[in-house]
Structure formats: C-alpha cells, structure tokens
Design a protein around this ligand. Structure first.
Ligand code: SME
Length: 160
C-alpha cells in the first residue's frame, strides 16, 4: 500500500512537484509497464482535482489501444489522427483542449467530459503512448498542467 499526503488545495506547481516525486518513486526500478501505467493512472486520479478520466493509450501497430486508466470504460482503439488522442499521437504534440465540443473529431467516451489534455510519451524519439486527462469542467487544463504532464511523460519514457 502506498499512502501519499495529498493536499489537492495546494498551489498547482506544488501539486505537480509532489505528484512527479511520487510518480518517480512509484515507478523507479519496476520494469513492468502495465503495473507502472496502472499506478500512474491512479496517482493522477488522486492528485488532480476535477478530472473524470486519467489514463493511457498505447501506440501499437500504428493505432492507439486503451491502457490502464481510472474513470468510465472507454473507447478501446483510436486511429492515429482521430480525436484528441489520435491527433496528439499523429502530430507528436501536446493537445490542450479547452472545450472538447469545439474540437473537430473529438471522441466522446464519457459524455461528461468538457475539456481534455493529451500528452505524447516518447522513447528514443518514437511515440509509445499518450497520457490522457479529461475533466467535466470547461477550460480545466492550462499550460502549467501541460508542463506538469510533459514532465511526467519524460519520467515514464523508459518505464512503460
Ligand atoms: N476523448 C478522447 C478519447 C479518449 S477518452 O477521452 C478516454 C479523444 O477524442 O481522443
């Protein structure tokens, strides 16, 4: 069992500093990718206020396949270029979407989702997964969230 003292009312930069420290400690030395993704999905769920989905899609044979997550059951396969996740994977760029209903091709897995942040994870320059966060609130994620999750993607690069 892992207990983290989480103050979700702490300033965002402090929350991310602590989340990244916990993520590093949880995954260091553990070679099993599924175990690490499962724990990180749970950690994001615990640390981040106002989210309704946190998890991974893995890049397998040219498409994204659902990985460990917290939240409602979700779409299993997403083509590169489709939706917010597929766009992040195809472009190799973080997607910060303030209103998913205004994003062409957004895939509504959970009708409650209103905003979304998707960050690619790379190993040796190749995209191996994306980290996906959904929120029921419009405009939930900003550049600080993007920077925090991009730092997480760096930590996970050779651990998932
Ligand atoms: N909304 C995503 C699909 C994945 S779910 O949010 C879990 C998208 O448009 O790619």
């Amino acid at each position: 069992m892992y207990e983290f003292a989480i103050d979700t009312t702490a300033p965002k930069h402090q929350l991310y500093t602590e989340m990244l420290r916990s993520a590093d400690a949880l995954t260091a030395g553990e070679p099993d990718a599924v175990a690490n993704m499962a724990n990180i999905a749970a950690l994001l769920w615990e640390y981040l206020p106002d989210v309704n989905w946190t998890g991974f899609y893995r890049a397998i044979d040219g498409e994204l396949v659902l990985g460990p997550f917290q939240g409602k059951a979700a779409c299993i396969r997403i083509n590169f270029g489709e939706g917010v996740c597929g766009t992040a994977a195809a472009k190799g760029e973080t997607q910060l979407v303030k209103d998913v209903h205004a994003f062409p091709g957004h895939i509504a897995c959970d009708a409650n989702s209103a905003s979304e942040l998707v960050v690619p994870v790379r190993r040796d320059g190749k995209i191996i997964a994306v980290i996906d966060l959904d929120s029921p609130s419009l405009n939930r994620f900003d550049a600080d969230d993007a920077a925090g999750i991009e730092a997480l993607a760096m930590i996970l690069s050779d651990r998932i």
